[in-house]
Design a protein around this ligand. Sequence first.
Ligand SMILES: *[C@@H]1O[C@H](CO)[C@@H](O)[C@H](O)[C@H]1NC(C)=O
Ligand SMILES: *[C@@H]1O[C@H](CO)[C@@H](O)[C@H](O)[C@H]1NC(C)=O
Ligand SMILES: *[C@@H]1O[C@H](CO)[C@@H](O)[C@H](O)[C@H]1NC(C)=O
Ligand SMILES: *[C@@H]1O[C@H](CO)[C@@H](O)[C@H](O)[C@H]1NC(C)=O
Length: 307
Amino acid sequence: MRLGLACLSFLLCALLFFLITYDGGARKIAITFGRDIELKEVSIDLQNLARDGHVQVRKEDAKVNNKLAKKIKGKDHNHMDPELNVFFTPKDLKIGKKMPIYFAQRNASTSPKILPREESDKIPFSSKHLPSLLKFFSFPKHSPQAKAMEYTLKHCEFQAMEGETKFCATSLESLLDSTRQIFGNSCQFSMLSTTHLVNSSVPLQNYTISQVKNMSVPRVIGCHPLPYPYAVFYCHSQQSDTRLFVVMLEGEDGARVKAPAICHMDTSMWNKDHVAFNVLKVEPGTSPVCHFFPPDNLVWVPLPSAL
Ligand SMILES: *[C@@H]1O[C@H](CO)[C@@H](O)[C@H](O)[C@H]1NC(C)=O
Ligand SMILES: *[C@@H]1O[C@H](CO)[C@@H](O)[C@H](O)[C@H]1NC(C)=O
Ligand SMILES: *[C@@H]1O[C@H](CO)[C@@H](O)[C@H](O)[C@H]1NC(C)=O
Ligand SMILES: *[C@@H]1O[C@H](CO)[C@@H](O)[C@H](O)[C@H]1NC(C)=O
């Protein structure tokens, strides 16, 4: 019964998500990138990826990430990119703890559309097709959009690291199928994402922790949107020691946010240039690194009944 309900609510949730994000009437694929796609946006997405600690290890990524690290190091702490206010350490996870956090509110009208599989299957998704894709979407070769698309395709083509499972989803169906494949062939998983229970127009502000729930899940799949003309999620799951929490936060302007947060307990293998070490002023391996997920990320977990 519990499983049945879970499946039902999951399907409803997925359907809702689908209805909200896919404009079924429009046959033509929206070619806006949603967000103003500038290189700044690409670097923000890189930070998004960097938060999960895997970026450092790859040669291809290290190059971009070092550039990013330099950019951040060049500024003093007060002038760091506000979006980096998502890192913390497990000792901060206490009721009453106050800290500055950046939560941009999701804006559905500016998010790229998630396509149904029948649409996305018609469009090749591979960097060897980039020239024809640029033609298809009418983006000039050296435009920021072209760079963003190249970046996204390359990211999706990187091999997973040891102990890591990754996939890119270009449709709702592939997102669900690949998630199910990782958790096993059952319906017992659910999605968490950062949600504003009371809205706010102040992205960076001090929040006070009012509740912490330790999720004790054996596996977490984190999905980050990548810049592309339609919704593309880069999802990955690491075998390494992680803890997942759901944290209730009260903003100074009255905002209330429910946010999943992950703690990476062992950071000894991370590159010392990782942005998190810069922000938290700790050395690799000396402290676990935790972070909140931005509202446009999806976090999949097995349901407790499946444990
Ligand atoms: C969402 O984005 C649109 C277009 O940029 C803007 O007009 C609107 O005010 C935004 N909504 C919110 C809630 O930020
Ligand atoms: C928050 O704002 C969004 C629009 O940006 C709206 O759809 C949603 O209902 C609002 N939520 C609350 C709790 O007011
Ligand atoms: C958060 O609070 C501290 C101390 O109360 C203050 O110095 C800081 O400017 C605040 N940060 C933000 C982003 O409001
Ligand atoms: C969360 O739960 C795990 C085990 O499920 C435990 O090892 C850990 O100490 C807990 N963390 C906190 C902060 O309560």
